[in-house]
Every structure is written in structure tokens, then in C-alpha cells.
Design a protein around this ligand. Structure first.
Ligand code: OGA
Ligand code: MN
Length: 227
């Protein structure tokens, strides 16, 4: 079996991530934009888009979000059979991260799920939380950006709504944001160019079914179902 490079090297970055999460519920890391995992993932995401494999995130239960203009991204789960080695490597790296964080925090992270996301020009995702009372399976949210040379006027920031005010994070290649899914409200600002990322969620319970093939879910046009 090939060994996967990890996203974070050594214990120090993980210690710092854990300290930040304990102290203020969120953190941002800068990973080398030329990290092989990132180069592979950025290329794979674009290939999936060209091959029309990304699907509106609204499919199924999220139809209401799309119709209401609440989110505009197209996604593909990393465990989809159409995904390649970059997706598999990323899942392994997230799994390493899950184990490392479990050693440092008592969040009880049991499982990770992740998808590629592409926001076409002008689209975003309205202010939301990734976890809520009715479904609290998602504990920790991760977003990893795959956009080389993102311009300062490119928009597309991840906006965190924090008790101390708003914090905007540009979606530049290698930027990795982590925040507690139940506590941190956030939104995606519209971008002036195509915006690629991987969103992942560390869950306190395993996913009952695999994402692929995705189960048919009844549409719930009036409910706001994040992510
Ligand atoms: C999400 C999300 C943020 C981003 O997928 O739920 O909030 O910056 N993504 O892409
Ligand atoms: Mn979200």
C-alpha cells in the first residue's frame, strides 16, 4: 500500500490546532500550496468539474437551499467510486488528523466525511451552522482551499461570525480552516472566479450509509439543512 503524506508534520501544529479549538472554537492553518496532496486534489477537483461529476449540493434534501439561493456549490463526495487517488489520499490524511485531534481533545471524533466543492462565479453559501439540535452528528468542520494565486479582490471569503466580530478567510491554495460545527456560524461570500475547496466534517457517529451511491432523500423545501 502507498503511504500517504500527512497534511501536518510533527506534533507542534496539532498541539497548536488543539489549543486554538479549546480556546476559541476555530483555527486557520497555512499548508504549503505545493504540498503533493494539495496539488493532486486541486487537479482532481478540476477534472471532476470538466467531466461533469460535480452535482448541485442541493440534490435531494437540500433542494430548498438551491431554490432559495442559499447555496450555489456543486459537490462530489470523496468516497464516490468516480474519485481518484488524490481523494483517497486526502481521506487518509483527514483520518490521521482525526486520530491526532482525538489524542488531544475530548471531542469523540468517530468518522470523517468530505466532499470536493466548486462554487461558480457569483455564488456563495448563506450564513449557517454545520450542526444543529436536530442533527448534531457533525462536531468539527474543516475547509481546505484549492485555488492557486487567488487574487485579493477575488471575493469568495469564508466569513466566520464570531463573538468578537467577523473574520474573513481568503480561499487561497493551502489555507485550511477548522471550526466547531455547532458553534461557529459562517457563510461563503460570492466569488468573482470559480472557487474550489474540500469540505470535511468529523462526526461523533459513523455515517449510517456510505455517500455513494447517495441515498434518495425526500426534498424538504422549507427547511434549512446546512451542508
Ligand atoms: C460548507 C461550508 C465553507 C467554505 O460546505 O458547509 O460552509 O468556505 N463551506 O467553502
Ligand atoms: Mn458550512
Amino acid at each position: 500500500m502507498r503511504s500517504t503524506p500527512s497534511l501536518l508534520h510533527g506534533d507542534t501544529p496539532l498541539d497548536e490546532v488543539a489549543a486554538d479549538l479549546r480556546r476559541r472554537d476555530w483555527t486557520v492553518l497555512a499548508i504549503d500550496p505545493a504540498h503533493p496532496l494539495l496539488l493532486g486534489a486541486a487537479a482532481e477537483a478540476r477534472n471532476h468539474l470538466l467531466a461533469h461529476r460535480l452535482r448541485p449540493a442541493s440534490t435531494g434534501r437540500d433542494d430548498g437551499l438551491r431554490l432559495a439561493g442559499l447555496r450555489g456549490d456543486d459537490t462530489l463526495w470523496l468516497d464516490d467510486p468516480a474519485c481518484g487517488t488524490a481523494a483517497a489520499d486526502l481521506l487518509q490524511a483527514f483520518e490521521q488528523l482525526r486520530r491526532g485531534l482525538n489524542e488531544r481533545l475530548t471531542l469523540g471524533l468517530a468518522h470523517v466525511e468530505a466532499h470536493f466543492a466548486h462554487y461558480p462565479v457569483g455564488t456563495g453559501y448563506a450564513r449557517h451552522r454545520d450542526s444543529f439540535q436536530r442533527d448534531d452528528a457533525r462536531v468539527l468542520s474543516l475547509v481546505l482551499y484549492l485555488n492557486h494565486g487567488w487574487p485579493s479582490d477575488g471575493g469568495g471569503a469564508l466569513r466566520l461570525h464570531l463573538p468578537t466580530g467577523c473574520r474573513d478567510i481568503a480561499p487561497a491554495q493551502g489555507t485550511l480552516a477548522l471550526f466547531l460545527s455547532a458553534d461557529v456560524e459562517h457563510e461563503v461570500m460570492p466569488a468573482t472566479q470559480a472557487r474550489f475547496s474540500v469540505s470535511a466534517w468529523f462526526r461523533q457517529r459513523p455515517q449510517p450509509v456510505q455517500h455513494s451511491p447517495r441515498p434518495a432523500r425526500p426534498a424538504a423545501p422549507t427547511a434549512f439543512h446546512p451542508a
